[in-house]
Design a binder for this molecule. Structure first.
Ligand SMILES: [Zn+2]
Length: 483
């Protein structure tokens, strides 16, 4: 199954053999890879340590010594990348080693499935274990998957925070801006937000340190943190919503300052029912708190964001270079039709996101502010699948051309889309429709609708090239956010 390297790393058999046999031939590159591998599986790096930051290992030759000096300043991921850039041969060999890792992982997985009794291998949810791409969460295999998954970087733009200030304030029946908390019949936490009751999963309470431990287990290096959407509070009095936004944004900023390598950036929340107040808080987020943008709902109390009242908001967003991450909250377009079967979420999120794309495009926002950086959560919902019909409408119906000189499909590449689409076929379709440079990694931590083993899921895909996986897992978000 796997061998134990003298340094303490659990290697896949074949990957270890490749590394050992090539060490003498390609001293610098292999030394760097080995250092990265040796380090990344040894221990929890802790909050302030970059994942995989290597020590100064011994080196057989001058090239290795120089590589070691460079490693003092660079992460092994960057180091591997730079070596990859040296020439095509090295890049191909590096890809081969990574490919072997994934193959070995999959072989181990099949072997394990053969040995296991089929279900009940996932301690939290046995039903999840039957899906073939999920590594069973046993301790030794957890270490094994961490070793593999950390061979490359991963940045997650879809990671929610239920702020600690809320948990602390609502302890012992207290209130946080009028929001209370109680337990349901099964002992689960419920936030009482105005007239609404919102269930919170156990992970929502986790401290940043506990988040980091969970990120380690998932192979996620960096979370771009944003609020739990149940606290948008657009339906509150604007001053109250501004208060909760400030408190949440302060906490997000504190996370990015305290753990800059694990929470490299934050996306604030705004009191969108008051455009002036939103612009003021956006400015505070961008200029004072060091956040990189905001997360907002697909609508503000039923009004979509192309409405004239929001033009000053878009102008400010563009001028400040803020990233806008669209994410629904609560009821969606499906809710009035059916609240059963989790359809307001499983179907409604996707419908809402397609409406956001369409209204911003048809409403002229994308033409008026050409430099907007907008990320559509959940793969943009039904946008890509439905774009042909939008184009057809643009051709045959005057009202669909009212503000639009080009068909809606011409705007697909003006947006970014997270990868939360659940099937490889859907992700491949998304990439082929919008271009891989527009697809970014997201997980939806910490909810039950999150991708289960998000990094492993991407890495194991047969229909994606290594370059496409790199682009999705980290390159596109590095470029978009400057992290
Ligand atoms: Zn989410």
């Amino acid at each position: 199954m796997a061998t134990l390297h003298p340094s303490g790393v659990t290697y896949g058999r074949r990957a270890a053999a490749v590394n050992e046999s090539r060490a003498s031939e390609h001293g610098a590159r292999i030394a760097a890879q080995r250092a990265a591998r040796r380090d990344i599986g040894t221990s929890d790096p802790g909050p302030e340590r970059h994942v995989g930051q290597p020590d100064l290992a011994t080196h057989e030759d001058e090239a290795g010594r120089r590589a070691g000096l460079r490693r003092q300043r660079e992460s092994p991921h960057r180091l591997l990348r730079r070596f990859d850039e040296l020439d095509g041969r090295r890049a191909r060999e590096a890809a081969e080693v990574r490919s072997i890792d994934v193959q070995d992982f999959e072989q181990d997985e099949r072997q394990h499935e053969h040995e296991a009794d089929g279900v009940g291998r996932h301690p939290q949810d046995p039903a999840r274990a039957v899906r073939s791409h999920q590594p069973p969460h046993t301790p030794d295999r957890g270490a094994r998957s961490r070793c593999i998954l950390r061979a490359m970087r991963s940045l997650d733009i879809h990671a929610h925070v239920t702020p600690q200030c809320f948990w602390h304030a609502t302890e012992n029946g207290g209130e946080w801006y009028g929001i209370r908390r109680e337990r349901d019949a099964s002992g689960g936490e419920v936030a009482i937000v105005g007239p609404g009751r919102q269930s919170l999963p156990p992970k929502a309470r986790w401290t940043p340190e506990e988040r980091i431990a969970d990120m380690d287990s998932l192979g996620v290096d960096v979370q771009i943190v944003s609020t739990y959407v149940g606290f948008y509070n657009y339906h509150f009095d604007a001053e109250v919503a501004a208060g909760t936004a400030r408190a949440i944004n302060d906490e997000l900023a504190e996370m990015t300052r305290t753990w800059p390598k694990r929470f490299a950036a934050g996306l604030g929340t705004l009191p969108m029912q008051d455009v002036k107040a939103s612009i003021a808080e956006l400015e505070r987020c961008m200029m004072q708190l060091g956040l990189r943008g905001v997360e907002i709902n697909d609508h503000v109390n039923g009004r979509t964001l192309e409405e004239p009242e929001f033009r000053p908001f878009w102008k400010a967003v563009e001028e400040m270079g803020a990233v806008v991450f669209f994410h629904q909250a609560g009821e969606t377009l499906v809710s009035p039709r059916s609240k059963r079967y989790h359809l307001p979420n499983s179907i409604g999120n996707l419908a809402d996101r397609a409406v956001t794309f369409a209204t911003l495009v048809h409403g002229g926002v994308m033409d008026a502010y050409p430099n907007l950086k907008i990320v559509l959560g959940h793969g943009g919902g039904y946008t890509c699948y439905g774009i042909g019909r939008m184009d057809h409408a643009w051709r045959v119906r005057r009202e669909a051309r009212e503000h639009l000189a080009l068909p809606p499909s011409a705007y697909l590449q003006r947006f970014y889309y997270d990868c939360i689409v659940y099937t490889e076929e859907a992700l491949r379709f998304l990439i082929d429709t919008v271009g891989v440079e527009r697809v970014v990694f997201g997980t939806d931590w910490p909810y039950d609708m999150a991708l289960d083993w998000p990094v492993a899921w991407i890495l194991a895909m047969k229909s994606l090239t290594q370059d496409e996986k790199d682009a999705i897992l980290w390159k596109n978000l590095e470029r978009l956010l400057g992290v």
